[in-house]
Structure formats: C-alpha cells, structure tokens
Write a protein that binds this ligand. Structure first.
Ligand code: ROI
Length: 162
C-alpha cells in the first residue's frame, strides 16, 4: 500500500454554465488515477474577487486521497481545466471557465515554479474557507492556523450556499 495524502482542491467557474462546470469537474476528479474522492462540499454562489464587471462565481471544495505526487496531481487537474475549454491567458483576475486549484497537499508546504501550497490566497477567500470548513472538521494549515477559526471570522461577502 503506497503512502497516500489527503488533498483539498478548490473549484471555481463563472463562465459557460458554471454549475455544470463545477459538477463536471468533480466527476472528472473522481476519475483521476490512484486517487479517490473523500468529500465534496456544497456549491456556493460568490461575488467575484477582483474586477466586478464579471459574473458571480460557483465555488466548491473537494477532498481526495491520492498516491500521486503534488506535481502529477497538478498535471491531472490542469488536463481537466484544459478539457473544459480553459484558455490560459494573462487574466489572473478575470472570468474563467474552470479553476481546479490545489489548496492543501497533506500538511506540506510546497513552493516551486509551478505550484505554491498552501494556495497563496486561501486564508483571505470566503469562497475557499467556507466550503473547506464544511467538509474538513478540525483542519489545520501547515502554519498551525485553524481553518474553523478563520472560516468563522471571515466576512462571507454575501456568499450563498446552494
Ligand atoms: N472570485 C470568486 N468569487 N471565486 C473564484 O473562484 C475566483 N477565482 C479567481 C478570481 C478572479 C481571483 N476571483 C474569484 O481566480
């Protein structure tokens, strides 16, 4: 039995039928090799972070148990984003068909050219923290922060659980 790691992945979409994009992404993630889904949060309708002249987002968090390395998992997630029709351009704050972001990879801190884990913005994003706290009871970040604590403190910014 190889070593496995629990990974949390944030899902987001605000283009091309976002609810369908996010639920299709969850199905595609369930088919990643050497991995199984542990839990999928509710879907949430959130206000865009960044420019407001874009549609609201559908967000969710999914947890998986995997024996893939973080970079092999990143490859699989980027293949899912690309299959959804995502075009990688310089629009860090703009609308997108599908984001599948590795939030946490076990208790590891990773920082290389392709991947930073924990996800750099996760502590400040209600659309990450609230779905994460929904599926992860008593989770702590590698720096010791309690997810429940910061999820309870963050402004939900009008986010709606669907
Ligand atoms: N805003 C929301 N609400 N949800 C997202 O998933 C999301 N993703 C992004 C940016 C553009 C930062 N804004 C977002 O990449």
């Amino acid at each position: 039995m190889p070593t496995t790691t629990i990974v949390y992945v944030g899902l987001g979409s605000n283009l091309s039928k976002p609810r369908l994009q996010v639920s299709n992404a969850a199905k595609a993630i369930a088919n990643i090799e050497n991995s199984r889904v542990c839990a999928l949060s509710s879907l949430y309708l959130s206000k865009p972070m960044g420019p407001q002249d874009q549609d609201d987002y559908i967000n969710a968090v999914i947890s998986i148990e995997t024996s893939l390395s973080a970079l092999a998992l990143l490859d699989a997630l980027q293949a899912i984003e690309n299959a959804a029709g995502r075009v990688r351009k310089d629009n860090r704050w703009g609308a997108r068909i599908l984001d599948c972001d590795i939030l946490l990879y076990g208790n590891e801190s990773i920082d290389n050219a392709r991947l930073t884990v924990p996800h750099y913005g996760m502590k400040l994003r209600e659309f990450v923290l609230l779905p994460l706290a929904e599926i992860a009871t008593n989770l702590y970040l590698p720096d010791g922060t309690s997810v429940n604590t910061i999820a309870n403190e963050i402004n939900s910014n009008g986010m709606v659980k669907l």
